[in-house]
Write a protein that binds this ligand. Structure first.
Ligand SMILES: [Zn+2]
Ligand SMILES: [Zn+2]
Length: 414
């Protein structure tokens, strides 16, 4: 740091202390909350994955393996790792060994089989974390099934050594979500660590209906975009896509249940790191938080101070509740155009009508092209939100024809 800058920082620090305004202004942090590693069914070592995110401009990352926390001693056979990688290039172990070397990489021989130890979070975390610059959150994908249907729920910034257990397969979808929320909130109360719980990929094997998710009112977050190619993001005939599910849920919650709406995240859900169809970097969140800490990030998200992205960056998004005005500013790039679409649900929407063209749920209220726009919410809306669609195709699409997008959170419902 330059001496003058140092001096200025010191003076500002003193001023801050003197007038009691030591709090940093909130800034945007980029992160992904859904990723898999060798701790469950991903095909790379945790350090390699966390390193990838750090090198690609993320501020925080959560590895969320299925029903496990990275807190125990775990060894894996090299052959088993190689099998999981299929034929995707140079072996994961060779790349790992080349990057970290011995003695960091630990191997052993058991009954003629060569094994490698998968590091615990407490071991690899110090390699990456740095205050205000990079944060690794402990997480888990609570992987339930309800009569054969997947109900996957991420618990992010989860404390302790023991995973939140999956719930009995005979339980109804809605009750699985509610019970997981209750367990997480109980753990949060006991530890003081704020836990972000988000329902994942509702359309994966058509596991979670909009109605069940709407009625699991304790749950405030879900994935409006997940980069796994098999999660039916767009829905199909007679089945709403993830974005339509969002609006149906929020219509039911705000109109019928008088409950708080869902907020939407974008995530990677990546399992493959050596090529393949389920690779990292497709979806993330931008959180406007007071600092890069687990509690500050989760608290900001509970206030709705974040947006989901599959490529579009926003300069800012703000809502003035007095004037009922939502504003969006896009960080535009040369040669790219942006369509800003205002979406809302009317107070007189018809919850029993399935046709999105006539039922008033998730209607496109206006659409414009530009990098700067504002929208005055009419009084007859339950809420409104913005979707920004870039003219640029997604560089690593999870479905054909995908364009880069950003999704802001519903406002005007309080
Ligand atoms: Zn899942
Ligand atoms: Zn997953």
């Amino acid at each position: 740091m330059h001496a003058n800058v140092l001096a200025l920082t010191w003076i500002l620090g003193l001023l801050g202390t003197a007038v009691g305004t030591a709090a940093e202004p909130a800034r945007w942090y980029r992160g992904n909350t859904h990723t898999h590693s060798l701790w469950s069914d991903g095909n790379d070592f945790p350090e390699m994955i966390v390193g990838w995110y750090q090198e690609h401009g993320y501020d925080f990352i959560a590895l969320s393996d299925h029903n496990v926390l990275p807190t125990t001693e775990k060894w894996m056979g090299l052959e088993q790792i190689q099998k999981r990688q299929k034929t995707l290039g140079r072996s994961a172990f060779d790349k790992y060994l080349a990057k970290y070397g011995t003695p960091w990489v630990e191997t052993r021989e058991v009954d003629g089989t060569r094994q490698v130890r998968i590091k615990k979070l407490s071991e690899y975390r110090p390699l990456f974390e740095s205050p205000g610059k990079f944060l690794v959150l402990q997480a888990e994908e609570v992987t339930n099934s309800s009569s054969g249907k997947p109900v996957h729920i991420n618990a992010v910034n989860v404390p302790g050594e023991t995973p939140i257990p999956a719930i009995n397969a005979g339980t109804a979808v809605q009750e699985i979500i509610r019970e997981t929320m209750r367990r997480a909130l109980d753990l949060e109360k006991r530890t003081g660590q704020a836990i972000l719980v988000h329902l994942n990929h509702p359309n994966f094997q058509w596991g979670v209906s909009a109605d069940a998710l709407a009625r699991a009112v304790e749950e405030r977050f879900f994935e409006v975009y997940n980069g796994h190619p098999s999660i039916n993001h767009l829905g199909e005939a007679g089945r709403p896509g993830d974005e339509a599910i969002w609006d149906i849920c929020n219509a039911i919650r705000l109109k019928e249940l008088r409950a708080e709406p869902l907020y939407g995240l974008a995530t990677d859900d990546s399992h493959q790191y050596h090529g393949g169809s389920n690779t990292p970097g497709r979806g993330w969140i931008m959180v406007k938080a007071a600092s890069l800490s687990g509690n500050h990030l989760v608290e900001a998200m509970r206030r709705g101070d974040f947006y989901a992205s599959s490529g579009v960056r926003l300069r800012d998004v703000s809502y003035d509740p007095g004037a009922r005005k939502l504003r969006v500013g896009v960080e535009g790039e040369p040669g790219i155009t942006y369509r800003i679409r205002w979406i809302g649900t009317r107070t007189d929407c018809d919850l029993s009508a399935p046709d999105p063209n006539t039922n008033g749920i998730g209607a496109v209220l206006r659409e414009e092209t530009g990098t700067e726009a504002e929208f005055n919410l009419p009084a007859d809306l339950l809420y409104a939100r913005a979707v920004i669609v870039s003219s640029r195709p997604h560089p690593n699409p999870s479905y054909p024809g995908q364009l880069e997008q950003a999704w802001t959170q519903p406002v005007g419902w309080k």
